[in-house]
Design a protein around this ligand. Structure first.
Ligand SMILES: [Zn+2]
Ligand SMILES: [Zn+2]
Length: 337
């Protein structure tokens, strides 16, 4: 018995189909048969070894929806057959202060799905049971994958910081992350402004939940306005203008993995008690709350489907920014069915 993976032999190389031995779940792990897997910008960063943590051959893919087909000895076999979602994190130690305190995404020994492990562009993948989140009734498995990385990334600044529903939230960038952030912030009850370089996307941004859409160039004219700015863009901005757009005690929450330092003046922080934060996905508890929240408010990623064996086409198009708004690769059996 073997499994199929799509792997890159070296940095920047296209993915090739390969066979590997069947996975053996550890004590508290599940084996998921992959049905769908979203493609995230972090997959591209890992394929190019931008963060220096990639090991090759690399199997990317960390927005998995799969069916539990096998469990480790420490897992209740009653979960076999369940549909579960898996994101960037696939395991944490369960006994450190962060794990015990409900912030397992900050565990010093957490395991990432595609760092030193085989990811979800494969027929099967393993994960610890507490990081593979059961899909609630009413959630469409074909589009749910992107919630488990992109979705939780933008849900985290709302739920983990208990943002008030009376807050005015701005989302910079209407892409893979931003289009979900707009839906979450609107359903949270907030006043929502989308900030974009592409005003052609304005109508779509409003359908995702924006009350207003503003050009990013116009930020200098929006000073003192936002309680929370969620920045999904991964290149440098006019940081002074971003800080000035915050209301007193407002917060810039950085999610785009910009590689250059974020330069702001001390007085940007001091005079109105503004702050800058960031976050790496979130905890299993927040993931569980997110999927319930999505079903209740009919929040769903807008995805384009391709069969798994066209993953290289999806990667090329994502590199060019040619996707609205997230790719989901479908396993062969699902694509045929
Ligand atoms: Zn831990
Ligand atoms: Zn991701």
């Amino acid at each position: 018995m073997s499994i199929t993976v799509w792997q890159a032999r070296e940095p920047g190389a296209p993915l090739e189909r390969a066979e590997r031995p069947m996975l053996e779940p550890a004590l508290d792990e599940l084996v998921l048969e992959v049905l769908h897997c979203g493609l995230c910008h972090s997959d591209l960063s890992m394929l190019e070894n931008q963060w220096g943590v990639s090991s090759f051959p690399l199997v990317p893919g960390h927005e998995v929806v799969g069916r539990v087909v096998q469990v480790g000895e420490g897992v209740d076999p009653g979960v076999i057959g369940q549909l579960r979602g898996l994101g960037w994190i696939c395991g944490s130690c369960s006994h450190c202060g962060q794990c015990l305190g409900g912030t397992g995404n900050l565990c010093p020994s957490l395991e990432a799905t595609i760092v030193g492990r085989q990811g979800g562009f494969a027929s099967h993948v393993t994960a610890r049971q507490d990081w593979a989140i059961p899909l609630p009734e009413g959630m469409d498995p074909a589009v749910a994958g992107p919630l488990f990385c992109g979705g939780i990334t933008v849900f985290a600044p709302l739920i983990d910081e208990a943002v008030s529903p009376t807050a005015h939230v701005a989302v910079i960038g209407i892409g893979g992350l931003g289009h979900m952030a707009l839906q979450f912030a609107r359903a949270w009850g907030c006043e929502v402004t989308a900030l974009t370089t592409t005003l052609a996307k304005a109508e779509e941004a409003k359908r995702f939940g924006a009350h207003q859409v503003e050009a990013l160039d116009n930020l200098a004219n929006l000073s003192g306005r936002f309680d929370l700015v969620i920045n999904t863009v991964n290149h440098c901005l006019d940081w002074g203008a971003v800080m000035a757009s915050l209301a007193p005690r407002g917060r810039l929450h950085q999610l785009g993995a910009v590689l250059e330092p974020i330069q702001v003046g001390a007085f940007d922080l001091i005079m109105a008690r503004r702050s800058i934060t960031g976050s790496p996905t979130s905890s299993p508890a927040s993931l569980l709350k997110m999927v319930e929240f999505c079903v209740r408010h009919n929040i769903r990623p807008l995805v384009e489907h391709l069969p798994m064996d066209r993953v290289n086409d999806a990667i090329e198009r994502l590199r060019r920014g040619d996707v609205r708004y997230r790719f989901v690769l479908d396993a062969a059996a699902v694509a045929k069915g």
